[in-house]
Design a protein around this ligand. Structure first.
Ligand code: SF4
Ligand code: SF4
Length: 301
């Protein structure tokens, strides 16, 4: 009986991961639940969200198109991200699991914990993906990178179905050899050098591996998570001494861009500025990093 159960579990895992890939994910895997429960802080463990959870499935979708990396920063600021595609697939996968295996499943909310403020997510989708083996932490603020797909956006599904976990990636593609060379010459990697607010720093050891990484989240958020800039701007306007001062703040050309982005629902309010990834060789030059590379690779097989 044991072998039948194991074969069924294996079949279910394959069917679920295949579903994710068929719907557009580039990579998918199952994270080790025990590791997640041990590493995630109390209140943010998978069991805090779904008490009877037995498996956490993580999937990643591709980031920008190849063409996106050549546009000027002022255009890139509107690009937003492809993460909603990942969420759509995760939602579908939860329905797929319940329909196929009559076992509860949920789409894991990628959102902020409303009791903890705008910088604390309910769950770390990044941790799920890292433990599931579909990304490794980079020197660019821990953005996950994959040696084949480069830079992805992640989503997670929780289920009470028990699935065999995958292993984290054995090798971290960051820092790339060219980044190590640059670091040896100028003491900084490309992401560190070109971040417009200089919020990245760290060290590479003698073996060319990550030794230390620092990320000033507040500085990055001010530049790229502009939902925090809106209340700050309103507070500044309310504190202005007179009507002219208020107008100057509210109608300042830079600030007017925030109103514009809000009015059109631009993903650029919530995205990165992308400059760290624009100069990252893993994000931009991995063999399957963008649709052109993936299409050429497919044609060559
Ligand atoms: S998204 Fe922009 S501000 Fe944030 S780390 Fe990357 S380059 Fe720096
Ligand atoms: S540019 Fe990319 S590969 Fe190089 S150190 Fe930064 S994140 Fe790592």
């Amino acid at each position: 009986m044991a072998s039948t159960k194991s074969a069924d579990t294996e079949g279910a895992k394959q069917a679920i991961l295949d579903y994710c890939l068929r719907k557009g994910a580039l990579a998918a895997g199952v994270a080790d639940l025990e590791a997640l429960e041990r590493i995630a802080p109390p209140g943010h463990r998978p069991s805090d969200l779904m008490p009877k959870v037995k498996s956490v499935i993580s999937l990643g979708v591709g980031g920008q198109t190849q063409g996106a990396w050549s546009v000027p920063a002022k255009a890139m600021g509107y690009f937003g991200s492809t993460e909603t595609r990942a969420y759509t697939i995760a939602y579908g996968a939860a329905f797929f699991i319940e329909g196929m295996y009559q076992t509860p499943a949920i789409y894991c909310p990628p959102d902020m914990d409303n009791e903890k403020g705008p910088r604390v997510p309910l769950q770390s989708l990044k941790l799920h993906a890292e433990i599931a083996g579909i990304g490794a932490r980079s020197l660019a603020g821990d953005i996950l990178l994959h040696p084949e797909f480069g830079y992805m956006y992640y989503a997670s599904i929780f289920t009470e179905l028990a699935l065999e976990p995958d292993q984290p990636m054995a090798e971290n593609p960051c820092p790339a050899p060219s980044c190590v060379s640059m670091y040896r010459q100028i003491g900084r990697t490309p992401c560190q050098k070109f971040c417009p607010v200089q919020c990245l720093s760290g060290h590479i050891d003698a073996d060319g591996k990550q030794a230390e990484m620092h990320y000033d989240m507040a500085a990055c958020a001010e530049m790229s998570q502009q939902y925090e800039a809106v209340p700050a701007l309103l507070a500044e306007a309310m504190a202005a001494e007179d009507a002219q001062g208020r107008d100057d703040i509210l109608f300042d050309p830079d600030n007017k861009m925030l109103w514009y982005k809000m009015s059109v629902g631009s993903g650029g309010l919530l995205a990165q500025c992308f400059e760290c990834m624009r100069v990252c060789p893993i994000a931009t030059k991995s063999p399957l990093a963008d649709p052109i590379r993936r299409s050429k690779a497919k044609a060559a097989t």
